[in-house]
Design a protein around this ligand. Structure first.
Ligand code: NAD
Ligand code: UPG
Length: 431
């Protein structure tokens, strides 16, 4: 099939490359010339495992091309919308200006029978509104939310754990089935529904995941006041299959370009439709999450005798999660910036996110590698659980720092091993 992908960021670039690798002929469109230049040259503009290989492979076969010119979508029957829906600068709700501009830009190039497929995460009611703009062209709209996780984006796109189609016709279902024929195995669940449900499935999924993380972080707060160990608690409740162990890792909390802004947008949308009370708990989920960042900062001050002012603090990790260079609403970067704001002499390092972090916060000092980051540290904060941080050897690392004090912001180190090697170890919600 011939298809376009409007918006080639973390979602769209992977979607475009994955669709091409499934045998489709794809054109990716973005307003950012630098991104398009990189993608057109077969290079990934951000770090995502597996994406460079897909880009190279499809670049060579000619199945995949990129352009800043939206008129090039003419004659492509399927158009995915994957532009950003960030938090509005003036409030908690979603900024839909990019989605609106993408649809406006697409309208003159649509042909009767085309299918526009929304993938961006939007507040419920958006698809209904956009359909009134699209239908007069003879094209149709479907809403097909995306559930990929950064770091696993290629696999999640090529082998989705479920497909959700918000549609108004059987024809749209048939077209989407054709799009995903190679991605669907016999047991991939496929939910065919209306626009509102499809939009809400996405919002609800992220709200649930955020709530699960904040639940365990709330337990970490209780554990901190009682001497209990939240990691053992998570293991124990996680054995109950109704609860499950996934997304029960207590630590410095969730960040990224999705969970934080999506729960805020959900709460804002619920208020608009007079149902604010139904998801009022999401404000608490957000508040618990942000308190964990403060807790890490308080621990740094505590281990340094009350103040971080002019003390050498190493922050390991800047990305919001491992296997990504994404720093959007990153707890790790936020902790580094806040410590710097308190006058600490912060040196940060991340295997992939230093360039993005430097561009956003040039005031911070960045090391060029882990050894340089650790040198002279009076306190080390593990803020993103990259394998190279989880696997640090406590004995040799102790020899690199000025003072062996570690705050394990992701609860991934073995406290006994680190204490045995002479470290002062502080986790989040574990003794
Ligand atoms: N990143 C994820 O893991 C993920 C997963 C599922 C859903 N989503 C949702 O997908 C959407 C995109 O997220 P993202 O992380 O890829 O964002 P992003 O900021 O990485 O990418 C958005 C891209 O859209 C481009 N763009 C903006 N306006 C445009 C226009 N008019 N025409 C063409 N391109 C335009 C931007 O230049 C940018 O490259 C959001 O709604 C997000 O919530 C993201
Ligand atoms: O037990 C856990 C699990 C995750 N996190 C943090 O939660 C954040 C989000 O992690 P994750 O959900 O793995 O990353 P994303 O790539 O943001 O993916 C989420 O957001 C996407 C965009 O909407 C969705 O498509 C995915 O399904 C959804 O998992 C990160 O900061 C993690 O460190 C925790 O603190 N504890």
């Amino acid at each position: 099939m011939k298809m376009s992908v409007i918006g080639c960021g973390y979602l769209g670039a992977v979607h475009a490359a994955a669709m091409a690798s499934l045998g489709h002929e794809v054109v990716g469109i973005d307003v950012d010339p630098a991104k398009i230049e990189s993608l057109a040259a077969g290079k990934a503009p951000f770090y995502e495992p597996g994406l460079p290989e897909l880009l190279t492979e499809n670049h060579e076969t000619g199945q995949l091309r990129f352009s800043t010119d939206v008129s090039e979508v003419k004659g492509y029957g399927i158009h995915f919308i994957g532009v950003g829906t960030p938090q509005r600068r003036d409030g908690a709700g979603a900024d839909l200006t990019y989605v609106d501009a993408a649809v406006e830009g697409l309208l003159p190039h649509l042909s009767p029978g085309d299918l526009v497929v929304g993938k961006s995460t939007v507040p419920v009611g958006t698809a209904e509104r956009l359909a009134t703009l699209i239908e007069p062209t003879g094209a149709e709209l479907a809403w097909n939310p995306e559930f990929l996780r950064e770091g696993f984006a290629v696999k999640d796109t090529i082998e989705p754990d479920r497909l959700v189609y918000g549609v108004r016709s059987q024809r749209a279902v048939d077209l989407l089935d054709e799009v995903y024929a190679q991605a669907m195995s016999h047991d991939t669940p496929r939910i065919v529904t209306d626009y509102a449900t499809a939009e809400l499935v996405k919002t609800a999924a992220n709200a649930f995941l955020a709530t699960k993380i904040s639940f365990i972080n709330a337990m970490a707060e209780i554990a901190e006041s009682t001497g209990a160990d939240v990691t053992q608690l998570a293991d124990a409740i996680g054995h109950d299959v109704r609860i499950g162990r996934k997304f029960l890792n207590a630590g410095v909390g969730f960040g990224g370009g999705c969970l934080p802004k999506d729960i805020r947008a959900f709460a804002a949308r619920a208020e608009e439709i007079g149902r604010g009370e139904s998801v009022a708990f999401l404000k608490e989920v957000d508040a618990i999450n942000l308190r964990r960042r403060q807790r890490v900062i308080d621990l740094v001050k505590e281990v340094l005798g009350g103040s971080a002012y002019q003390r050498r603090v190493t922050v390991l990790g800047l990305a919001f999660k491992p296997d990504s260079d994404d720093i959007r609403d990153s707890p790790a970067l936020d902790v580094a910036v806040q410590l710097h704001g308190l006058g600490a002499d912060v040196v940060a390092w991340d295997p992939q996110a230093v360039d993005n972090a430097r561009a956003a916060h040039p005031q911070l000092a960045f090391a060029s590698g882990i050894d340089e980051a650790l040198e002279g540290a009076e306190a080390v904060v593990l803020a993103t659980e990259w394998p190279q941080f989880r696997d640090l050897d406590p004995a040799s690392t102790a020899a690199q720092v000025a003072s062996p004090v570690v705050i394990d912001g992701r609860n991934v180190l073995d406290p006994e091993a680190w204490r045995a090697a002479g470290w002062t170890y502080r986790g989040l919600g574990r003794p």
